[in-house]
Ligand binder design. Structure first.
Ligand code: AMP
Length: 475
């Protein structure tokens, strides 16, 4: 089934030159000024507007329409460099506005020299690919830009048709893109002008390395390349050497583990057996606020969704065992505000553009500090403030200390009054029993249906990883 994310209808005539349309220019007042922490400022004065960065009028108008009043730090740093034609390694935390930082220069060049298959953006996950495409379409809506999203878990035929229509921009996960490069007649990226690798560290973490090598081999050497990553790793070094030509490094973080300043990070240290009670206490404390609740496993995501339901708290689960349309549907419901709580495995931790999350609750601690940074990056985005609370039990001390060490600071304990928390214990105990029964019933139903190795789309959690399933991530 086709994804249900809202898509703009764009002109089908790909040969038609891209037109600039002029809209009245709104006033620019600062909402997300460039950070003073930039460790490679390129200018003494921070540019105040997109126009100051060299962005053309129609794209400035598109930014204004999206309410992008002032360039963010990564945009202020990287757009002029990209417009000057240099390759870029961009180190920017999640929520920093990095998508527009690479999309605007590409769209600007596309306006000048319109051609099909102009830009390719590689992203690690399907959701991120859809988001990037939406942002390209939103920024390029005034200039008739056409994008195709090529990701695993979806039918290949409509994707081949979309590619045959010669889009300007292809946003893809690497496995499925390589499938099309190998099998789809007439599809070639030989004329490509721009390559972007977004969340590049994650692309490598997900073992896309060998696939990226194959893709790079069929791309023209004469091209511009931008690589964006929230964290820098040694693994990335060889990729940057292979893919980028004399790049400029743009960094808006002073440390690979820096998190944004308006994010309050807290922890609670409690016995493992009280995790659910504390969880419910927090959800009551933050009633009415948007929250992502992170768990380690699909089972725990399901159990917590049942537990919350039994307590009359509506939430929506997001994990890798849901098929693609269910995942997009879950995200859309959450984005649209019909649910306040998203219960997610780390499939939701990276790159997803979920605006205004007030609270990130690490019900289970993440397996490593990099994932921690990405999880908490779901809140306090684009200048807003946010809270992240991590539940630490007797079993998590070692990993918690590793996270603190990587952050380079001790976090404050969240002040939870034990007596107030324990008020919920009886109701939570009942809800736990209900949740366990629901899980049992669900498992029995699945067994009856002949076992569930994954959905029709082949992205099941327990299945052997195929190239097509790689972009689904674990969990
Ligand atoms: P990203 O880091 O690209 O995922 O962007 C994070 C969020 O910031 C997205 O919701 C963007 O729409 C938004 N955004 C990007 N650039 C700006 C800007 N200059 N001003 C305000 N919001 C922005």
């Amino acid at each position: 089934m086709a994804p249900t994310l809202k898509k703009r209808k764009l002109s089908p005539e790909h040969e038609k030159p891209l037109k600039e349309k002029t809209l009245p220019k709104p006033a620019n007042d600062a909402i997300a000024p460039a950070s003073e922490d930039d460790d490679e400022p390129t200018d003494t004065a921070t540019p105040k507007t997109f126009a100051d960065l060299g962005v053309t009028e129609s794209l400035c108008d598109a930014c204004a329409n999206l309410d992008f009043k002032t360039p963010t730090a990564i945009q202020a740093e990287s757009i002029p460099i990209a417009l000057s034609g240099r390759d870029i390694i961009g180190l920017a935390e999640t929520g920093s506005g990095k998508t527009a930082a690479f999309a605007l220069p590409i769209l600007q060049e596309l306006l000048d020299k319109p051609q099909p298959m102009f830009g390719l953006v590689l992203a690690p996950t399907r959701e991120l690919a859809y988001q990037i495409s939406q942002q390209f379409e939103a920024l390029g809506s005034l200039i008739n830009v056409r994008c195709a999203v090529i990701v695993g878990g979806m039918d290949m035929v409509p994707q081949s048709i979309a590619l045959a229509k010669k889009p300007h921009i292809v946003v893809a996960t690497p496995g499925r893109l390589l499938d099309h490069l190998e099998n789809t007649k007439g599809f070639s990226l030989a004329k490509l002008r721009y390559l972007v690798m977004d969340e590049a560290d994650r692309l490598l973490d997900l073992d896309f390395g060998p696939i990226l090598d194959k893709i790079l081999q069929v791309l023209p050497k004469e091209r511009h390349t931008m690589l964006f990553s929230a964290t820098m790793s040694t693994k990335l070094d060889s990729l940057t050497r292979a893919a980028l030509h004399n790049p400029v490094r743009v960094s808006i973080s002073t440390s690979s583990y820096q998190t944004v300043k308006n994010l309050k990070q807290k922890y609670v240290f409690i016995p493992h057996k009280f995790k659910d009670v504390y969880l419910i206490h927090f959800l009551h404390t933050f009633t009415g606020q948007t929250c992502i609740l992170f768990t380690r496993t699909i089972k725990e995501t399901q159990r917590l969704t049942f537990l919350l339901h039994a307590l009359g708290i509506s939430s929506i689960p997001l994990h890798g065992q849901l098929d693609q349309s269910a995942r997009l549907g879950a995200l859309n419901k959450f984005r649209a505000g019909s649910r306040d709580i998203l219960v997610a495995t780390d499939v939701a931790a990276r790159g997803l553009d979920i605006p205004s999350v007030d609270l990130v609750l690490n019900y289970d601690l993440p397996p490593d500090s990099k994932t921690y940074v990405h999880r908490v990056g779901r809140t306090a985005r684009a200048g807003k403030s946010g809270v992240a609370i991590s539940i630490v039990t007797q079993y998590d001390v070692e990993i918690y200390l590793r996270i603190e060490k990587a952050l380079g600071k001790k976090l404050d304990e969240y002040p939870a009054d034990r007596d107030e928390v324990m008020i919920f214990s009886e109701r939570v105990g009942e809800a736990q029993r209900v949740a366990i029964n629901e899980i049992k019933a669900q498992d029995a139903k699945q067994k009856e249906r002949g076992g569930r190795g994954g959905g029709k789309s082949g992205i099941g959690g327990g299945r052997k990883r195929t190239r097509d399933g790689m972009d689904a991530e674990e969990g």
